[in-house]
Design a protein around this ligand. Structure first.
Ligand code: M6R
Length: 602
């Protein structure tokens, strides 16, 4: 997730220190290049940008000395175009008198670049932020004033983004919001905009929130907002934000975990667009097709995503893969692997020591290394020949939620591609995820009290929902401190059934293809006095047999694909249930005892 910042001050001043500070505050979003520009009234734009961390780039290019009244800063997390000087933002227009930067994805970037080149513009990079600048340049060159040009460009730029732009010879900057975050802050001496509130709160607490489809023109101490569709002015006074930075970082949610659960629709949508436009996917698929054996190697939640990925590969691409916990990969398979084999290493952090040990062992045997990884620049990302970037931004809460979902989305996408299927249906993921969260949040309160007093329970699934049951059990143990075992539902009768007493809770995750089998499991529990809590789509059999049913809204997807999506959606009630039970038991779900977000030890 990229971040943008723009500022206009009353007096000419050294803006470098502010740019560096804001860069640090935006850096939690994840990035691989950093760039800044100051825009004088006359002369040349001072543009400095490069690959690296905020402080490294700022030191190398001496951001500190950057001075002026207007400046733009951008942290870029690579989507269109590799992380490089050329693709780093901000970008200049053809003749260098306009500069801009964006956050988000312009999904028709490739087509637009071709048009701009054909129209004679100077296109320097592959990056979609540059397309935003040229999209405005196109209409300015045709004689439009800047606001009309931005309004027309808005219709040419497909996707979700926020964009800031400025020109030489003026004292203003302009920004537009379409789907990505954008807020403004104002004092008597300056006005600024940024991708998020926490990055500007230390500058001012007088905040103007922008809506999608609005353009803000801002100058030192003032601003004007207009509607992109008809150009009409929008009256909006600043509001005073008194919340602490920590509360603001949580985006109005009580915990990072809840915020991150709610971010899943957005990040899944962003990942899907990113994959649709990735030039690496074909190379990854070719590598997988050519492999003798494919191993999926990970720990914890990432392993559960890999296990579901392995079922996706079998069902959708008829390809056997071997999912294995990273340390066990070393103990069990390393002696047999070689250059003909490929490992897909999955890790949110990309720094889990158990995973890095497995990579090292695999590399020694010449095995191919692919990655599914969230943290940009991490060891796994650097070790991978090709990788799927999970594009989740920073996940602060120790329990992994949005990164699990995007790992699963990544596997689903790869499996569909490997199997030669269309991927277009995945464009509905954000809508399906949001609908499920909304529906489930209404249902959880009536169920949580039946589970929260118990220190011991089971979570069972079958087939596609087996990895989800394991993941649900991990979430429950991790943040409620109750022991919850995840298991294949059919195994329960082979021993654990003896745990069932009056009211003993057993959660069943029912996929559409396996409901009958799950119903037998439910009856084995309920006839012994246990409490069966089912999670699944509305189904008369589940309704009649389970004590409680948490309903996932029925989605419209082709029959062959639907159970795979339902499995992914089934994790959402388990995440929310764990969160609520953690609170009911008096714990902090974000920072469970004894655990750390990244385990860099053996
Ligand atoms: O960073 P990784 O994905 O490699 O971390 C692996 C596990 O430590 C991690 O998934 C852990 O199980 C989760 N925090 C559980 O929510």
């Amino acid at each position: 997730m990229c971040g943008i910042f723009g500022i206009v001050t009353k007096e000419e001043q050294q803006l470098g220190p502010t740019l560096i500070e804001v860069g640090h505050r935006l850096s939690y979003r994840g990035y691989d290049t950093v760039g800044a520009a100051t825009i004088p009234q006359a002369g040349k734009v001072d543009l400095r940008k490069d690959v690296g961390k905020v402080q490294e780039v700022a030191d190398r290019l001496n951001f500190e000395e950057m001075a002026g009244q207007r400046a733009i800063l951008q942290l870029r997390w690579a989507t269109f175009g590799a992380p490089s000087y050329t693709n780093a933002q901000p970008h200049l227009d053809s003749d260098g008198d306009m500069v801009g930067a964006h956050n988000g994805n312009v999904v028709n970037n490739v087509e637009l670049r071709q048009q701009f080149i054909a129209e004679g513009m100077t296109v320097r990079s592959e990056n979609d932020g540059e397309s935003c600048v040229h999209a405005v340049e196109r209409y300015v060159d045709q004689g439009d004033d800047i606001i009309s040009a931005i309004r027309k460009a808005y219709h040419d730029l497909e996707g979700d983004y926020a964009f800031v732009v400025g020109r030489l010879g003026e004292d203003k900057l302009y920004a537009i919001k379409k789907g990505s975050g954008l807020v403004a802050g104002v004092t008597d001496d300056l006005t600024c905009i940024a991708s998020d509130l926490p990055s500007i709160l230390p500058i001012t607490r007088e905040i103007v929130r922008l809506n999608d489809g609005e353009i803000i023109t801002f100058w030192a101490g003032g601003y004007e907002i207009c509607n992109v569709e008809d150009g009409s002015l929008v009256e909006r006074a600043p509001e005073l934000v008194e919340d602490s930075i920590e509360i603001v970082q949580k985006g109005g949610y009580d915990h990072f975990m809840l915020k991150e659960i709610h971010e899943q629709a957005q990040v899944a949508g962003e990942l899907f667009h990113l994959l649709e436009n990735s030039s690496d996917i074909e190379s990854m698929i070719a590598k997988l097709k050519a492999a003798r054996n494919i191993y999926i190697i990970a720990c914890g939640t990432s392993y559960h995503a890999g296990l579901l990925g392995s079922i996706y590969f079998a069902n959708l691409a008829e390809r056997v893969t071997i999912p294995v916990l990273a340390p066990q990969f070393i103990a069990h398979y390393v002696p047999t692997v070689g250059p003909e084999d490929v490992g897909i290493f999955v890790s949110q952090s990309g720094e889990t020591k158990d995973v890095l040990n497995a990579i090292q062992a695999a590399e020694k045997r010449g095995m191919g290394v692919l990655g599914l990884v969230n943290v940009v620049g991490s060891s796994l990302m650097r070790a991978s020949e090709y990788y799927v970037p999970l594009a989740c931004g920073y996940e602060i809460s120790v329990p992994a939620t949005k990164t699990f979902t995007n790992q699963v989305v990544g596997f689903l996408y790869l499996a569909l591609k490997l199997g030669g299927h269309e991927t277009a249906a995945l464009a509905n993921l954000p809508q399906w995820i949001d609908a499920t969260i909304e529906a489930v949040e209404r249902q959880i309160p009536s169920v949580e009290g039946k589970i929260s007093p118990w220190d011991d329970l089971y979570c069972l699934g079958y087939g596609l929902t087996y990895p989800i049951a394991l993941e649900g059990a991990l979430k429950l143990k991790e943040i409620t401190y109750a022991h919850c075992e995840g298991m294949l539902s059919t195994e329960f009768k082979h021993g654990p059934l003896s745990a069932v007493t009056e009211g003993y809770p057993v959660i069943f995750v029912a996929g559409p293809d396996d409901t009958s089998l799950i119903v037998s499991g439910i009856n084995e529990v309920t006839c012994r006095g246990g409490r069966a809590i089912a999670i699944g789509e509305e189904d008369a059999r589940l309704r009649a047999n389970a004590d409680d049913l948490i309903v996932i809204p029925t989605i419209e997807a082709p029959d062959w694909l639907r159970p795979h999506i339902v499995a992914l959606l089934s994790v959402l009630p388990l995440q929310l249930l764990s969160y609520r039970i953690s609170l009911a038991r008096g714990f902090d779900p974000d920072f469970p005892r004894n655990l750390s977000k990244t385990l860099t030890v053996d």
